[in-house]
Design a protein around this ligand. Structure first.
Ligand code: AHR
Length: 490
C-alpha cells in the first residue's frame, strides 16, 4: 500500500488500518478491531521523520535530494579530519546507516588542517564533494576544494579522485561552498574574508565555468551588518539555496557557533540577474533561532532536501543545551544533525518556525468551515486565526500524544511550548496551560479524536456531549455543529 495514499487519506478523514486510524503512525482512537497490518512509521506517513536528532555529532549537515532512490548524508565530524558519507533509501534510515570514510586529510602539509562542511552535489551524472580545508601548520588557513567521483555510489572511496582547490580572489579565509543550477547556469556561493571589509566573512556568488572553477568576478551579496549577525563573530556563512514560488531563496548562518548562531534569509526573483547584488533582498531579522522552550540552541548551517512524499525538508544542526563544552564552541562535538518540515505561506514565503525539538508528528488544525485559518495559541488562549504572514508558525503547531485521561484519549501538546497542553476549563474557556498532575487537568486536557468527513471531531474526554468548536475566530466548546466542529489536520 502506498503510504502517500494513507497519508493523504489520513489527513482528509482518517484511513483505518484494520480499524485503527492513524496520524503519523500514532494510533488514534481504535474504533473496532486492532490493526490487522503493521502501522506505518511517522516518516512513511508524514514524509519528514520525527527522529530528533537524526544524526548525532554531525554539524553542517547536508542531505542530497533523492538520487536513484537514495538519500546521501555528509557533514562535519567533530575531529575535522575526514570526509564521511552515509546513505539510505529513507531520510529516517540515515540515522543509523553505516558511514563510509571517503577521504582522510594528510598528516602534514596542505589540507592537513580543519576539514569543514562538505556538500555532495550530482553534476552531469558525476558526484562532486565541496569542502573547506586548512593546513597542518595553520589549521585556519582555510581554502575551498572539490573532489569528483565517477561512481554511482558516493560512499565508495574508490570512486573519488584527488582534491583540487576551487580558487577565488584574495588568499583569505574562505569556506562553506554550495552550488546550485538555475536557468541553465551553475552558481557557486561561499563565505570569505574580503580584505577591505572589517568583518569575519561575507557571502559571495559567481557563475561556474565547470564543477571545478568559477568564472568572472565574485559578487558580494551579503555582509554581516545587523546586530544579530555580529554576536561573537561578524559572520555570514553556510549558504543553502531552495528555488520555489518564483524566487531563489538563500538561507545563511551568522554569529559565533554557540547558542547565538542563527539563520538569515536572502531572496531574489527567479528572473533576476543573480550576479547583481541589487537583485538580492535580505530579511532584517533572523528566520531560525535558539529556542529555550524546545531546548534547541544555535540552529544553523542548514541545507534542504525533499522527503519521500515531496515535502520540503529543512536540515540543520543544533545543540540540546545553551553555551558549549570546553573553551571554544567550535570544538564542542554536540552540534547534532536534525530535520523538520519546511512550510510555505499562502504567498509563497518559507516559514521556518522554531527548531521543534524531540517528539512525534506535528500537525496544524484548520476548522473545515474556514480552511484558510489555523487554530493557534496566544497568551495561553486558543483561537482561530487567518493564515497570514504574521501568524507565527510555532503557535499553530501541535502534537497529539497519549491522553492524560487514559486509553482511547489523546492530549494536544504545543510544539513551541512543549510543557503546555490544550485544556478546557470548567467555564468552557479553551486554553493552553502547563501540565498539572491530577484528575481535573487530565479530564480537561484529554480528547477523543473522531474521524468525520475530511477531518476530525475533538470530543472532550470528560464530557462526551461537548466538542471543540470554531466560533467566528474563537475556539469554544459545545454540541456538534457541522463543519465548525470538524478540524482538518495538515
Ligand atoms: O563547523 C565547522 C565550521 O564552523 C563551518 O564550516 C562553519 O559554517 C562554522 O562556522
Amino acid at each position: 500500500m502506498s503510504f502517500e495514499i494513507s497519508r493523504r487519506a489520513l489527513l482528509r478523514g482518517g484511513l483505518g488500518l484494520g480499524g485503527v486510524t492513524l496520524l503519523g503512525g500514532v494510533p488514534l482512537v481504535a474504533h473496532s478491531a486492532t490493526a490487522a497490518t503493521p502501522l506505518p512509521t511517522d516518516a512513511e506517513v508524514y514524509g519528514v521523520p520525527t527522529t530528533n536528532p537524526l544524526v548525532l555529532n554531525r554539524a553542517d549537515p547536508f542531505i542530497t535530494v533523492p538520487t536513484d532512490g537514495m538519500y546521501y548524508f555528509t557533514g562535519s565530524v567533530p575531529e575535522y579530519d575526514r570526509l564521511v558519507v552515509r546513505g539510505s533509501s529513507t531520510i529516517a534510515g540515515l540515522s543509523d546507516a553505516p558511514e563510509s570514510v571517503i577521504w582522510r586529510r594528510p598528516t602534514t602539509g596542505t589540507m592537513g588542517g580543519h576539514i569543514w562542511a562538505p556538500e555532495l552535489h550530482r553534476i552531469d551524472r558525476r558526484w562532486y564533494i565541496y569542502f573547506a580545508a586548512g593546513d597542518s601548520n595553520n589549521v585556519f588557513a582555510i581554502k575551498m576544494y572539490a573532489m569528483e567521483s565517477t561512481l554511482a555510489d558516493p560512499r565508495d572511496p574508490a570512486g573519488w579522485g584527488a582534491p583540487r582547490e576551487v580558487t577565488t580572489p584574495w588568499g583569505s579565509f574562505k569556506l562553506d561552498a554550495t552550488t546550485f543550477a538555475h536557468r541553465g547556469k551553475r552558481y557557486y556561493v561561499w563565505a570569505q574574508a574580503e580584505p577591505e571589509i572589517s568583518v569575519n566573512t561575507s557571502l559571495y556568488i559567481a557563475e561556474m565555468a565547470s564543477p571545478w572553477a568559477i568564472k568572472g568576478e565574485p559578487r558580494r551579496i551579503s555582509t554581516p551588518t545587523l546586530a544579530w549577525e555580529r554576536q561573537g563573530f561578524a559572520v555570514n556563512e553556510g549558504a543553502a539555496v531552495i528555488i520555489r514560488n518564483g524566487r531563489v531563496w538563500m538561507t545563511y548562518s551568522a554569529s559565533a557557533t554557540d547558542h547565538r548562531y542563527a539563520m538569515g534569509l536572502l531572496w531574489a526573483d527567479e528572473d533576476a540577474d543573480l550576479l547583481d547584488e541589487m537583485s538580492w533582498n535580505k530579511s532584517p531579522n533572523p528566520v531560525f533561532v535558539t529556542n529555550e522552550q524546545t531546548k534547541q540552541y544555535g540552529p544553523g548551517h542548514n541545507s534542504f532536501t525533499v522527503a519521500e512524499d515531496g515535502t520540503d525538508v529543512l536540515v540543520y544542526h543544533a545543540r540540546d543545551y545553551t553555551g558549549y563544552i570546553g573553551s571554544d564552541p567550535l570544538y564542542d562535538p554536540n552540534r547534532h544533525a536534525r530535520v523538520q518540515k519546511l512550510y510555505w505561506s499562502r504567498d509563497g514565503m518559507p516559514l521556518f518556525g522554531v527548531p521543534v525539538g524531540k517528539g512525534g508528528p506535528i500537525v496544524r488544525l484548520s476548522p473545515t468551515d474556514d480552511k484558510h485559518t489555523f487554530v493557534r495559541h496566544f497568551a495561553f488562549v486558543l483561537s482561530v486565526a487567518e493564515d497570514t504572514d504574521d501568524l507565527p508558525l510555532g503557535d499553530t503547531q501541535f502534537r497529539f500524544v497519549p491522553g492524560f485521561a487514559g486509553a482511547g484519549t489523546e492530549s494536544i501538546q504545543s510544539v513551541n511550548y512543549p510543557d503546555r497542553y490544550v485544556r478546557v476549563t470548567a467555564t468552557g474557556q479553551v486554553r493552553i496551560d502547563p501540565f498539572e498532575a491530577g484528575a481535573a487537568y487530565a479530564g480537561q486536557a484529554s480528547f477523543r479524536r473522531i474521524p468525520a468527513k475530511k477531518g476530525y471531531q475533538l470530543q472532550l474526554a470528560g464530557d462526551g456531549s461537548k466538542y471543540l468548536l470554531h466560533d467566528k475566530g474563537a475556539l469554544t466548546v459545545g454540541a456538534l455543529a457541522g463543519n465548525r466542529s470538524i478540524f482538518e489536520l495538515s
